[in-house]
Ligand binder design. Structure first.
Ligand code: NAD
Ligand code: GLY
Length: 368
């Protein structure tokens, strides 16, 4: 097992990465479970695979698991989903010093974290991430949110978990397309700040995706360590360091908006293509060599991720895609910061990018 500490002043917490963590839940949580009743929020897909394991281990240790099982999918990160979770937790008489268990992907983690942030002005929660994306990104760092009709993740809070248990066994039941989508966020850490990790992904990514256990542990642990460093440095995204985690997200967000935030393009797939576009745009502006951008595209493609905008078959132009960016929540006083690259491993925040330049770049990519 790998243990990574998220070093927040006065509020450090551990992220444990390994196999068998859910089957050892009572010991892993220790004193954080202080009452017999243990509230667990999850979705129906995850419950189908993992409820039995958790029921058996908690009941065996004298606990009484209590389940809220929500609909799978992004639509659950809504006012309706939040109100269901909060009302249920109130009914379960959860108190401030208690911990709610969030068992699932980023949807359940974000929703439950936000419910924990507002319940009785803030109670504890433990992240039990079951998707690769949640293990390497969303369960760590305390961003919690629901969506609004005006956009994704617009209503939320920073609320850190007390513990994160990333059980590699859960990846065995994750659909392959979701696994690949999570791999986009793994690649991201290499592209934004760690050329050695990027090269590790080039060498080991396919084996990791195919199920190689040591490779999975290394991919998750190195990703979490990278995120933990960034979050410890800039918890609330005020200095610009944490904003680097948005690499690929501005282009990606526009693609998700154009495809209606649907299964046509999963979030991780949009991030992968967004990263390729950020790399190609950086190369076009002479910021980094074209060969480096080609390596980013090749790594995405080798992971079964989209790497070419024209292959999406979108019936729109660059101006339309760029206009989606105007609704990005990272807009700041009329400008949109873009994460661009000097090289693989050297991302930076550019505040001087003109949307018309992005639109004409995208016109070229749509027709390429
Ligand atoms: P998700 O939670 O919808 O999970 C993807 C699918 O996989 C769902 O159908 C789910 O039921 C299923 N699933 C999850 N684990 C499974 C398992 N072990 N076995 C079988 N099926 C399983 O989506 P996601 O990709 O995990 O997360 C995406 C969400 O995360 C988005 O809402 C995004 O905004 C958010 N996010 C948040 C942060 C953050 O910092 N808070 C970062 C990145 C993404
Ligand atoms: N996923 C971006 C962040 O946590 O800041």
């Amino acid at each position: 097992m790998a243990v990574i500490s998220v070093e927040l002043a006065g509020r450090p917490y551990e992220v444990r990465v390994g196999a068998g963590l859910l089957a050892d839940l009572p010991a892993q949580c220790g004193k954080l479970l202080r009452k017999k009743r243990v509230p667990i929020v999850t979705d129906a897909n995850v419950a189908r695979h993992w409820r039995e394991t958790i029921d058996s281990v908690l009941q065996g240790a004298g606990f009484e698991p209590r389940w809220l099982i929500l609909e799978p999918g992004e639509a659950t990160k809504s006012w309706d989903g939040l109100s269901r979770a909060v009302e249920w937790l109130l009914g379960e008489e959860v108190e401030r010093g208690d911990h709610i268990l969030a068992l699932g992907g980023g949807v359940i983690g974000d929703l439950t974290g936000f419910a924990a942030a507002i319940l009785k002005r803030g109670c504890g929660f433990i992240q039990l991430p079951t998707s690769l994306l949640a293990q390497v990104d969303s369960s760590v760092g305390g961003k919690t949110a629901i969506n609004s009709s005006a956009g994704k993740n617009l209503i939320g809070a920073f609320h850190q978990p007390s513990l994160v248990l990333a059980d590699l066994d859960t990846l065995e039941t994750l659909p392959p397309r979701e696994l690949a989508a999570g791999y986009a966020e793994v690649i991201k850490y290499g592209v934004l700040g760690d050329p050695d990790f990027f090269a590790w992904c080039e060498a080991n990514g396919p084996a990791m995706l195919a199920g190689d256990r040591p490779a999975r542990e290394e991919a998750v642990a190195r990703s979490v360590a990278a995120k933990a460093r960034i979050v410890a440095e800039d918890e609330r995204e005020t200095t610009g360091t944490r904003a680097l985690l948005n690499l690929g997200h501005t282009f990606g967000h526009a693609l998700e908006a154009e495809t209606g935030f649907s299964d046509r393009l999963l979030h991780g797939e949009a991030v992968a293509l967004g990263m390729v576009l950020a790399a190609r745009f950086s190369a076009l502006r002479g910021l980094m060599p074209q060969g480096e951008a080609d390596r980013v595209a090749a790594l995405a493609a080798a992971g079964g991720l989209p790497s070419q905008l024209s292959a999406l078959g979108l019936a729109c132009d660059g101006i339309r895609l760029a206009s989606h960016m105007l609704h990005d929540k990272k807009m700041d006083a009329g400008t949109l910061p873009f994460v661009l690259l000097h090289s693989i491993g050297q991302a930076f925040l550019a505040r001087d990018v003109k949307l018309e330049d992005v639109a004409s770049f995208l016109d070229g990519e749509l027709g390429a």
